[in-house]
Design a protein around this ligand. Structure first.
Ligand code: SLL
Length: 269
């Protein structure tokens, strides 16, 4: 897995044990285990994400305490506000030691955390993936920003400070199970399977508490940056995959025609 920009690239290591061949008939359990180990060569799955924070100044009348000047929310969301719960199992946010219980674990999407405080600091985020993703957790860092860049301007309680970063998590050679599970999911860019291969539509996810995990109707949505570039990239990636599929089809046809020619030549002799 790697990040296309920004944060560190990570090695892919397979923490799952290799399935052992057995002389016995393969049970569906065996097949399931296999698909968790077997990698799809030459393919990759891309997850466009946005992470960052939104901070609101509480104004001169501090309803909370003298020390808490801002309310803020840190989050990891889908670049087009899709539900990331399909890939990410849990996000751990590591806050500054001045907070109570600074290690915050968010088990369900949307992966976000709201707090109030007075100062800016670096937040470490660890993204844990579902079992079939079989990739190591990914570490991201975000500098919590409370004050606008332009310090000469007045602080406003109406206009929050928004700092977001766009990135793409690339899972190369995904397991068969992960690949099959996320086909058709709008949060990801997945190579197309052959046209005659029909897949069931992916239902809207609900997570335990009956809540949706996407951020399309999120109360802070009006402040989110629109990464139209992400939409363009999604379209470009989809087009590239279509072209690749077409090339593969043409290659197969060429091999077939070549074979037929060889056959004809052989029968001429
Ligand atoms: C700074 N180096 O001095 C940074 C540290 C820490 C911010 C910022 C705690 C809030 C609470 C809080 O906001 N800490 O105690 O509830 O700017």
């Amino acid at each position: 897995m790697s990040l296309s920009q920004g944060a560190d690239k990570l090695d892919i290591t397979d923490p799952l044990p290799k399935s052992q061949s057995s002389k016995m008939a393969k049970s569906s359990e065996d097949n399931e285990k296999k698909s968790l180990v077997k990698k799809r060569k030459d393919s990759e799955i891309c997850l466009p994400i946005v992470y960052g924070n939104i901070a609101v100044w509480l104004g001169k009348k501090r309803p909370l305490s003298e020390h808490q000047s801002h309310k803020w929310t840190i989050y990891v969301r889908g670049a087009t506000n899709e539900d990331l719960g399909v890939v990410i199992k849990r996000v751990v946010f590591q806050l500054h030691s001045s907070f109570n219980n600074p290690t915050r674990i968010i088990e369900n999407p949307p992966f976000e955390l709201s707090e109030s405080g007075w100062g800016e600091f670096e937040i470490a985020m660890t993204l844990f993936f579902h079992g079939d993703v079989s990739d190591k957790p990914l570490h991201l860092f975000h500098h919590l920003k409370l004050y606008p860049e332009d310090e000469s301007g007045p602080l406003s309680i109406k206009k929050p400070v928004v700092v977001e970063a766009y990135d793409e998590i690339v899972f190369s050679e995904p397991t068969e199970a992960f690949f099959a599970r996320v086909q058709n999911h709008p949060a990801l860019v997945v190579p197309r399977v052959p046209v005659d291969f029909t897949l069931p539509p992916v239902p809207m996810e609900e997570h335990g508490n009956g809540k949706r995990g996407d951020t399309k109707d999120h109360p802070l949505n009006q402040w989110f940056t629109t990464f139209s570039e992400a939409d363009e990239l999604l379209k470009l990636a989809a087009a590239r995959q279509q072209v690749q599929a077409h090339i593969a089809r043409l290659r197969r046809q060429m091999i077939l025609i070549d074979g037929q020619q060889q056959h004809l030549k052989a029968s001429d002799l």
